[in-house]
Design a protein around this ligand. Sequence first.
Ligand SMILES: Cc1ncc(COP(=O)(O)OP(=O)(O)O)c(N)n1
Ligand SMILES: Cc1ncsc1CCOP(=O)(O)O
Ligand SMILES: [Mg+2]
Length: 213
Amino acid sequence: MNPDDLRVYLVTQESLSAGRTTPEVVAAALDGGATFVQLREKGRPARERYEVGLRVRELTAEAGVPFVVNDRVDLALALDADGVHLGDEDLPVSVARDLLGPEAIVGRSASSVGEARAAREAGADYLGVGAVFATGSKDVAPEDAEIGLERVREIAEAVDLPLVGIGGVTAGNAADVLAAGADGVAVISAITGATDVREATRALADEAGGENR
Ligand SMILES: Cc1ncc(COP(=O)(O)OP(=O)(O)O)c(N)n1
Ligand SMILES: Cc1ncsc1CCOP(=O)(O)O
Ligand SMILES: [Mg+2]
C-alpha cells in the first residue's frame, strides 16, 4: 500500500458525531482532505453497519480514497471494501488475508514493538499504533493506554511497516505524531465531533502535511 494514503485517516463512529450521520461526516471529511476511511461504528448491529457502509463505500470510491472495515472480514467482503482493520479480539491477520486475498489492505493494532513485529510477520500491511494519548472514544486496557510519542518512535524504528498513530490525536499534536515516525494520524473525535468537519479535517491535513518527516 502507499503510506501517503494513511496521512489523515478517519475512523467513523456515528455515536460520537454530534447528531450527524456517518455518511454526512465522511462526505465532509473527504471534502476536507481525509485520505483513508475506516468504518468502525462499534456497538451497532451488523445490518446497520452494512447499510451505512454501502454509502461510505460509494463516497470513498468517488473520492479515490481507500476504505476498510473495522473488525469484520464478512462486512469487508459484503461491502467490497479495500480491506479490514484488526485488533487483539478480531480474526488473526493470516486468516483475514486468506479470506480477502493478496491485494486487500489488512491493518493491525499494535501498542508495543513485539506486537508490531508479530503483525508484520503475520502479513499486515500497516499498523494502528496507540492509544498514543488519552482518549475518551474507546475503553483502552491499561497497558495500551497513553503509550506516548517515544513508543511510536520505537515501533517506527523497529518495524518496517507504514503506521498511523491513534488515540487523542488532534490538530494540536498531529505534527508531533508524524515527527515521531508515523506516516499519518488516525482520528475519531477530532473529526467526528468537530463543529465544522471539513475545516477540522483540513486543519489535521495541514499539520500532517509532511514537512516534519
Ligand atoms: C487505525 C486503527 N488503529 C487501531 C484501532 C483499534 O483496533 P482494536 O484494537 O481492534 O479496537 P476497536 O477499534 O475494534 O475497538 C483501530 N480501530 N484503527
Ligand atoms: C479506536 C481506538 N484505538 C485506540 S485509541 C482509539 C480511539 C481513538 O479515538 P479518538 O481519536 O477520539 O481519541
Ligand atoms: Mg477491533
